[in-house]
Every structure is written in C-alpha cells, then in structure tokens.
Design a protein around this ligand. Structure first.
Ligand SMILES: Nc1nc2c(c(=O)[nH]1)N[C@H]1C(S)=C(S)[C@@H](COP(=O)(O)OP(=O)(O)OC[C@H]3O[C@@H](n4cnc5c(=O)[nH]c(N)nc54)[C@H](O)[C@@H]3O)O[C@H]1N2
Ligand SMILES: Nc1nc2c(c(=O)[nH]1)N[C@H]1C(S)=C(S)[C@@H](COP(=O)(O)OP(=O)(O)OC[C@H]3O[C@@H](n4cnc5c(=O)[nH]c(N)nc54)[C@H](O)[C@@H]3O)O[C@H]1N2
Ligand code: SF4
Ligand SMILES: [Mo]
Length: 691
C-alpha cells in the first residue's frame, strides 16, 4: 500500500447494530478505525448516531475479537487453519447425520444475521441443504405473533407496518420504546426528534407501558396498565368503535373486511368495567383514548416487545390490527402503510394468494405441545431437544443463545453437552465458551453490504450500499465464504451458479441480491449514502395481497385465543410482582457489554422497582437485590424508581451477573405461538447479601 493510501481517510457506511441503520462516516487510518460519526447527508438519520454506533470503532478493535479458527473445548482448544477447521466440521456434521439422522444437526441464526445480507442468505441455504427440521431463529424468542397475525388476517406473513410521518395524526405505541430501541420491526433513527414530531399538537402520541419509558416521557399521553393486560384495553376500544355511533368506518368495512360481526361478538364482553378491572387503568384514561381515536378517525398503532413477549401477545397484536382496519386506517393518510422493500419490491410482484390458515408443522419430538411455524421450531424447545438427545450438533451464526434463551444454567449445561457446537461470531461470547468449532467472521466494518429484508424497516422505500470500510485482518472470513466453503465440503453449493468462494467477490454477490431492485445495482453502489426511491407506497396490500381486497377480521384461531385469556392469570401469593423486559441504550442484547463509546460510559443492568415495593420488601436504592421466580433466581443492583408501575420489576437481558434468563423457562410458553413468556412473569424481590 502506498503512503497516500495509508493516510487517514473517511468512508461512508451504515451502522448494522440495529434496525435504524443510521448513516455513518468512519475515519480510518490504515486498518485502524479512529472515529465514527453520523452522516449528515443520510436521508433518515440526518447526522444522528447513538452511543452504540459511536462505539463501533472500540467494538471493532475489541480485545476479545476472534482472529483465527479454534478447534476443541476448554484445555483442548487450539488454533488451526481454515482447511483443518472446515474439514473437521464437515466430517463431524456428516457423522452425526449418518448416526442420528438429519434433524440431529440444527442451526440457531439470530440478530447479527439480519444485518449481513450475504451471510444471512448463504446460511439459510446451507441449512436448507442439510434437510433438517431443527431450525431456530431469534424470531421465535422475539415476535412470533406478528407474522402469524399478519398471515391470518391478510394472507402475507411479511407485512411490515410503517409510520407515515408526513400525515400522522394519532399514534399509539404499545410496549414499544423506540427512544431506546430505535425501532423493532420499524426504524426510528434520530428517535427523540421523531417522537417529538409525532407528539406535537394537533398530533398526539399515546404510549402504553407499565413504565414511564424514555418514549413515554416525550409523548402526549402515557397509560401504565398492568403487564399483559393490553388485550383487554384494545378489545374494549374495538368494541366501542363497532358499537352504535362508535366511530368505525363502516363504508370501508363493507368493502374491505370480512368477519365484522364475529369480531364484534368476540370483544362483546370487554365493556368499560372489565377493561378497568383487567388493566388497572382509570376509566377516564380509557375514555380519553377512545375519544382521541374518534377525534382523529384514523390511527397508527404499533406494538413492541413489551407485548410480543407477554402471555397475551397474539390477542393484543390481533386487536391492534383490528383497530387499524375498523378505523379504515391501513394504507391511508394518518394510518400505517406497508414497506414493500426497495430490493424485494413486493408491490411489483404477483404474490401467490395464500390459504387462510397459518403455515404450521408439529413441534419437535421432545415438545409436541409446541407449534412449528414457517419451517422453524420455537426457541423454547431448543434445550429440550438437546437434553432429549435429538439435537446433537448445533451451528450458531450471529447469535448468543447462552444469553438469549430462557433457563440460565440449564442452557449452559445443554450447550456444553452437545457433540458439536460450531459458532460463527466476531467476538468471544457466553456461547463461545462451549463451542467445539469457533469460526471468526468479518465484522460489519469489514464487509460490503446492503440491507436485505430489514430494508422493509426503513421509514421509506430505500436502500444503502456500503463497501467494506476496512479490509479484514488476521484469519477473519465473511459468513458467506464460511458457509459456502462448508457447503462445498458437504457436497452442495450455496452461492449463485455454484461459484467458487475463493474467487468470488462481494460486489458480484450483492449485485445478485439487488438485480430486481428499484434502481440498478451500479447506481446504488455509486450513491454516496442511502437512496430513497419513494417516501410512502400505499395501496399495494389492498390490491395485491388481501384476498378479494378484504382483511379477515376474525380468524377462528384468534377468536379462540382471546377466549383463552378469559381465564385469569393468577400468580402465586409468594410471587407478588411481575417481571417486564427493557432495553438499554448502550448495549444491543448481549453485545457491547462493558464497551463505552469514546467519552461515554459503560451500561449497568439495574433492576427497577417502585418505591412502594422497595419499602415493602426491604430493598434500597443502589443495594444488591435478589429476584426469584418459579424457575430460578438472579441478583442485581436495585434502582428505586417512581417511573415504574407499582407491582412491576424491570430487568434488561443480555448480562451475566444479572441473568434475567434464569427467571424464565421454555416450559412457560404461549401455547398458540410457542413464544417464551418474558414479560409478566411472576417474581418476588428481597435484599441480597452484599457481594
Ligand atoms: N439500544 C438497544 N436497541 C435495541 C436492542 C437493544 O438491546 N438495545 N435490541 C433490539 C431488538 S433485538 C429488539 S427486538 C428491539 C425491541 O424494541 P422495543 O420493543 O422497543 O423494546 P424495549 O425498548 O425493551 O421496549 C419495550 C417496552 O415494553 C414495556 N413493557 C413490558 N411489558 C409490557 C406489557 O405487558 N405491556 C405494555 N404495554 N408494555 C410493556 C417495557 O416497559 C418497555 O418500555 O430493540 C432493538 N433495539
Ligand atoms: N429475558 C429476555 N430475553 C431476551 C429478550 C428480552 O427482552 N428479555 N429479548 C430477546 C430478543 S428480542 C432477541 S432478538 C434475542 C437476541 O438473541 P441473539 O441474537 O442470540 O443475541 P445477541 O446478543 O444479539 O447476539 C448477537 C451475536 O452476534 C454477534 N455478531 C455481531 N456482529 C456480527 C457479525 O457481523 N457477524 C457474526 N457472525 N456475528 C456477529 C455478536 O457478537 C453476538 O454474539 O434475545 C432475546 N432474549
Ligand atoms: S441507532 Fe445506534 S445502533 Fe442503531 S443504527 Fe443508529 S447508531 Fe447504530
Ligand atoms: Mo429482538
């Protein structure tokens, strides 16, 4: 490299930690990342970054980055070259398949693979080539209710509702805290300004959250219901809107929905008294929300993980979509629209009408009580499958199951017992400790990329090409190369046209993904930052997706699901409080623990408790606290906080000392989706002895 090339340079890229996908400008000196700043030219993030994005350089140079393939566990672990690692891995996979069948080798693919277009695709193809049913992804530990409800109501599981920022009137966020999370399956880069804009009169933003969250503090109104009671609030709102002079858009319903009467019958029992009794809200608050909906006539309502992780996830999601349909809000100004994707272009494709049933398969042999969806088994079953000896080999790509899955020590023991645990990651994690094969991948700054399906999260129809900001050092390889090279050894090809991983370059592969997009790949590649093709696209779901142009308002499964919730969810008296999740701004699940952005600080996973509960249980601010559930216990540091509803305890996930997963269990699932309950879990608190 010449001296000129080696001098400091600036490279524009986008951050791939979270759904916001902010534009960044990275200052690079040779292989060293000196600085990461927001790109003022980016159409959505407009110069904004959060502390995670600004810590990308620290993360990139993390002392625990993986540099070379490692074989073996514990004292047997040794560095090897790629041929040795991949030959051994392929041989072990083949042996397990021969001895125990195809399902004995599974895959867990999670968060980081959503942000690696090529790696995500080749990993899925590698898995498909194995002919195994043991596929697990973060979807079933995060939001299974959303694709299922979308599928049941519209016939298309991949609908991504988006805010319509230009026309927003009334916005409702339920269990959704974008000021910290920057979005869930929708992107809110620069969230404080976006939330303020949504709250500025005559607009209104209502936040429904048992905690006065960072978003609630900026919103027009905040309602703090009991955890897991959201379905009762929305059932009541739908009931009232459908009633005489209720405010429903009956002309729209007559032409664009089926099942109106069945929906009305399903919610008939949710009168005002029942809504008050179940949610614990004031009647006046509920009336005011109903009045706001009638005033604005249209509504943009979105859930986050606060509800999708609760026992009432599916019913809440359904009733929220019903609220949108009953008010005629979808694909109309003031309501939500659906991002068809810049590359995916769902609006320009002929979509196969899907049958009015969810795609389902039986759960795995050790958990016949659970359902399988869309070719996946629920994460709740992963540990059972290992313990039962059904799953003997697991390939983990871009995920940290030891941290993310419920069960704590039980998960550790299961992972340690596997004959084969291949982990493809960028750093050492809770999971890599148990790996038999540890394969170092390139990180987000070391590969060219475009947003793949996550492009549907953008606030508009947009895409963004980034080159590799720095060349990979040491023996790090892209996930597409690792999976393609492994597939080759297993006798299949996962790259288009069966190309040789050793002679292919990333841009050629990305061009293949982008070849049916809104603009030609070369144009995307030469654009300085993200390209927005259209701000909002309305109408395609009504015209191309809905069967006969009509929403199915009352699928029988969802009606049954709501009826199931009529049985109250009683907690044992010795576990009087309810656990809820929350995310922290400086960490991304288990990622960036202990990492600070330049000039910033390291995140702490405080256990939030209301002052009344703290007083009653002898807990003091800043002191060690013990939290117990029916499944286990963890300790932490208490933060006494009036912003949380009495009776509720909030703990973030992804940490080691405070391990919230120890309080959870794969046995405690929602029967309909197989989702692990991570919100509304009964717990007790007490002071813990000083560490
Ligand atoms: N900084 C940061 N950003 C992230 C992540 C991260 O770890 N850190 N993780 C990313 C991932 S993987 C995801 S899935 C998204 C999730 O994004 P969000 O869904 O926005 O997640 P949270 O920020 O945890 O917000 C959930 C809120 O729900 C509330 N809540 C809990 N239980 C209930 C309930 O029963 N009812 C109601 N109404 N509210 C409830 C909680 O108090 C909390 O404020 O964030 C993504 N972005
Ligand atoms: N109690 C509780 N549990 C939860 C949640 C909760 O709210 N409460 N949230 C759940 C949710 S929503 C989710 S999505 C899951 C998250 O589950 P996971 O996705 O399994 O967890 P992460 O910690 O995000 O793991 C991502 C991994 O990808 C690695 N990585 C980062 N960049 C790259 C890359 O470029 N290439 C590769 N190959 N690897 C990379 C990181 O080092 C990290 O190990 O956790 C779930 N668990
Ligand atoms: S919000 Fe933060 S983590 Fe998410 S993309 Fe932007 S800079 Fe990255
Ligand atoms: Mo997630």
């Amino acid at each position: 490299m010449s001296e000129v090339e080696a001098a400091t340079r600036q490279v524009r890229s986008f951050c791939r930690f979270c759904a916001a996908m902010c534009g960044i400008v990275v200052t690079v000196d040779g292989d060293t990342v000196r600085d990461v700043r927001g790109d003022p030219e980016h159409p959505y993030s407009r110069g904004y970054t959060c502390p995670k994005g600004r810590s990308l350089g620290v993360w990139h140079h993390h002392p625990n980055r993986l540099d070379t393939p490692l074989l073996g566990r514990g004292a047997d672990r040794r560095a090897v070259d790629w041929d040795v690692a991949l030959d051994d891995l392929a041989a072990r996979i083949s042996t397990i398949r021969t001895e125990h069948g195809a399902d004995a080798v599974g895959m867990y693919m999670a968060t980081a693979m959503s942000f690696d277009a090529l790696g995500g695709r080749t990993a899925h193809k590698l898995f498909a080539s194995l002919g195994s049913r043991s596929r697990y992804t973060a979807v079933t530990i995060d939001t299974p209710c959303r694709p299922i409800v979308a599928d049941l109501m519209s016939g298309h599981a991949g609908l991504m509702p988006c805010l319509d920022e230009a026309t927003a009137g009334l916005t409702i966020f339920v269990g959704f805290n974008p000021v910290v999370s920057h979005g869930h399956t929708t992107a809110l880069p620069d969230p404080v300004n976006r939330v303020r804009a949504l709250s500025a009169a005559p607009r209104e933003l209502w936040v429904i959250d048992p905690r006065r969250s960072e978003t609630a503090r900026l919103a027009s109104r905040h309602l703090a219901p009991r955890p897991g009671s959201d379905h009762a609030l929305f059932a009541h709102l739908v009931r009232e809107l459908l009633g005489p002079d209720g405010g429903a858009d009956h002309a729209y319903l007559a032409t664009h929905a089926v099942g109106v009467d069945a929906l009305a019958r399903a919610v008939a029992g949710y009168d005002r008294d029942r809504a008050i009794a179940e949610t614990g809200l004031d009647g006046a608050e509920i009336d005011e929300l109903l009045a706001a909906i009638r005033r604005h006539r249209r509504v943009a309502a979105m859930t986050g993980t606060g509800t999708t992780m609760s026992r009432t996830a599916t019913a809440t999601e359904w009733l929220l979509w019903c609220l949108g349909v009953v008010t005629g809000s979808y694909e109309q100004p003031g309501g939500l629209w659906f991002n068809p994707g810049f590359q995916r272009c769902f609006d320009r494709r002929t979509l196969r009408p899907s049958p009015p049933v969810r795609v389902e398969m039986p759960g795995p042999p050790s958990r016949p009580d659970l359902p399988g969806f869309y070719g996946e088994y629920p994460c709740a079953a992963l540990v059972d499958e290992i313990e039962a000896g059904n799953l003997r080999g697991l390939i983990v790509i871009g995920g940290n199951p030891a941290s993310a899955l419920p069960g704590g020590a039980r998960v550790d023991a299961a992972l340690a017992s596997l004959d084969l645990l291949a982990v493809i990651d960028v750093v050492e994690t809770d999971t890599t400790a148990y790996a038999t094969h540890l394969l170092p991948s390139t990180g987000q700054l070391e590969r060219a990329d475009v947003p793949d399906y996550v492009e549907q999260y953008y606030p508009g129809v947009a895409s963004h090409y980034t080159p590799a900001v720095v060349a990979p050092v040491a023996d790090r390889r892209p996930v597409w190369w690792i999976t393609a090279s492994l597939a080759q050894r297993l006798g299949t090809a996962v790259l288009p046209g069966g190309v040789d991983p050793d002679v292919t370059d990333e841009d050629t592969l990305l061009a293949d993904i982008c070849n049916r997009g809104r603009v030609p790949f070369d144009e995307l590649r030469s654009a300085p930052t993200a390209i927005e093709a259209e701000a909002v696209v309305r109408g395609w779901v009504h015209e191309q997706v809905l069967p006969d142009g009509r929403w199915r308002l009352a699928p029988a499964e969802l009606v049954t699901e709501l009826a199931r919730l009529a049985v109250p969810d009683e907690a044992p008296s010795e576990l009087p409080l309810r656990l809820v999740p929350r995310r922290l701004v400086r960490t991304m699940n288990s990622q960036l623990r202990g990492v600070a952005a330049p000039g910033g600080r390291v995140e702490e996973p405080f256990v939030l408790v209301h002052p009344d509960d703290a007083a009653q249980h002898g807990v003091t601010d800043g002191a060690p606290i013990m939290v117990r559930s029916a499944h286990g216990a963890t300790t932490g540091v208490a933060r006494v906080d009036g912003a949380i509803r009495p009776g509720v305890v909030s703990i973030p996930h992804g940490f080691v000392s405070t391990r919230v997963a120890s309080l959870l269990s794969g046995e405690d699932t929602d029967a309909f989706t197989g989702m692990v309950r991570q919100s509304g879990v009964p717990v007790a608190i007490e002071p813990a002895p000083d560490a």
